[in-house]
Design a protein around this ligand. Structure first.
Ligand SMILES: [Zn+2]
Ligand SMILES: [Zn+2]
Ligand SMILES: [Zn+2]
Length: 416
């Protein structure tokens, strides 16, 4: 077969082969393509035999959208989110300014650190420093230390949601290195807040894929106004509020346009040590761009933490000792509610200690379970072993040799 220069596959064929790959897997694609290559002289194409010249794997994958590999705020996503947010409930909506309150949530997931080849840009992604052909030429023998320090170990994302919960979108990547500190998290969050609070027309003028805070030039702050907490003489009549977050930007004002902006009123994160350090600093540092931004723990993580603790320990909540095994006991033995409880919650969910399994948490905390406990006759006087059987019945060293019991009295304190 002659090699053809400038040949391009029809889009339908590439899409067909992609869907074959999606449904049948790579093996089916390889089977159809067969073993033929461009050196084979007598290729006879036809549906009755294999060796159908289908696009190669790299051709198929080249068409796939490029993975979002850059750290930072994704311009297109932020612009799209701002368009979506324009239909939400606004804090201020007048001819000069449309201000929408939003909440950011940030979470990261540990990944297996590795480099992955992105065919659309011919770079190895997964590194902080871009690893492409030039890098390889300059560093033929990279130091192991360099690789260790530059490989991302966690993939994080920042999601924006309007305060009325009508729109949400992933607006930024936050990939973390092994040596990420609380200060780095604080910096990422403040940078994201600064860019997210810039107005739509200023953001739309940026051509790059990702935005850095230095590129944003959307300002209308006045030092006199902010220092005095009231509109100064110079700004009087021009602005209603002393703070730049609540004012239309200078550019929109001079062009006579309505300035469409977001105001970040909160950010939620899990309480991992770096994040809690960042949150403490955010809450003590209520100036500049983060003046109206408060941080709070992520409800899902707090719930998961509490749930797992209640499966393992006896927690003291509002003067009551709480453990999932109380519900298990009622579910098994309390004649007044056991039937309803068996319908409401499964035994496996109550025994589940997997903190990532949110399905079990939802099941154990559903309102039916709560109402069963309230109407139960035995709930105020459940008596059960403090340590599960495996911890004292076995003869292994370090385990308890006699049964330890606890009793929940009327006031539900711990009696040992
Ligand atoms: Zn602006
Ligand atoms: Zn002023
Ligand atoms: Zn503006």
């Amino acid at each position: 077969m002659e090699s053809v220069v400038g040949f391009e596959w029809p889009i339908e064929i590439v899409e067909l082969s992609e869907s074959i790959e999606a449904h049948g897997g790579e093996r089916v694609c390889n089977l159809i393509r067969g073993v033929g290559n461009s050196d084979t002289k007598d290729v006879q194409c036809g549906w009755d035999k294999i060796n159908i010249p289908f696009p190669s794997k790299s051709t198929r994958h080249r068409r796939k959208p490029s993975p979002v590999k850059e750290n930072g705020i994704i311009t297109d996503n932020l612009v799209n989110f701002m368009h979506l947010a324009s239909a939400a409930n606004h804090l201020i909506d007048n001819p000069a300014l449309q201000l929408t309150p939003v909440i950011l949530s940030r979470d990261a997931m540990a990944i297996k650190p590795s480099g992955d080849l992105d065919l659309s840009s011919d770079t190895l992604i997964g590194f902080k420093t871009p690893v492409d052909i030039n890098f390889v030429k300059e560093n033929p023998y990279p130091e192991p230390k360099f690789i260790k320090e530059n490989l991302y170990t966690e993939a994080g994302a920042i999601i924006a949601m309007t305060a009325d919960k009508t729109a949400s979108l992933h607006i930024a990547n936050d990939f973390l290195l092994p040596k990420t500190t609380g200060e780095d998290v604080y910096q990422t969050v403040t940078d994201t807040v600064k860019v997210a609070q810039a107005c739509l027309s200023c953001i739309s003028s940026i051509q790059d894929d990702t935005i850095s805070p230095d590129q944003v030039n959307c300002s209308c702050s006045c030092k006199d106004c902010e220092d005095g907490d009231s509109v100064c003489e110079q700004c009087d009549g021009k602005y209603d509020h002393p703070y730049s977050q609540l004012r239309p930007c200078a550019r929109c004002l001079s062009n006579g346009l309505q300035c469409q902006k977001l105001i970040v009123i909160g950010i939620s994160m899990d309480c991992e040590s770096n994040n809690s350090a960042a949150m403490k600093r955010l809450d003590s540092d209520q100036t500049g761009d983060i003046k109206f931004t408060r941080s709070f723990p992520d409800a899902v993580h707090a719930g998961k933490k509490l749930y797992r603790a209640s499966a393992n320990w006896w927690l003291l909540l509002d003067g009551y000792r709480v453990n999932n095994s109380i519900i298990r006991c009622l579910r098994q033995f309390d004649d007044s509610v056991c039937h309803q409880l068996r319908v409401a919650v499964s035994d496996s969910s109550l025994r589940n200690r997997d903190r990532m399994d949110f399905g079990a948490i939802i099941e154990c905390t559903n309102p039916k379970v709560a109402s069963c406990i309230q109407s139960s006759r035995c709930a105020p006087s459940v008596t059960m072993t403090l340590f599960p059987d495996p911890f004292w019945k076995t003869k292994t060293s370090g385990t308890i040799t006699t049964a330890q019991d606890m009793c929940l009295g009327i006031y539900c304190y711990l009696f040992i």
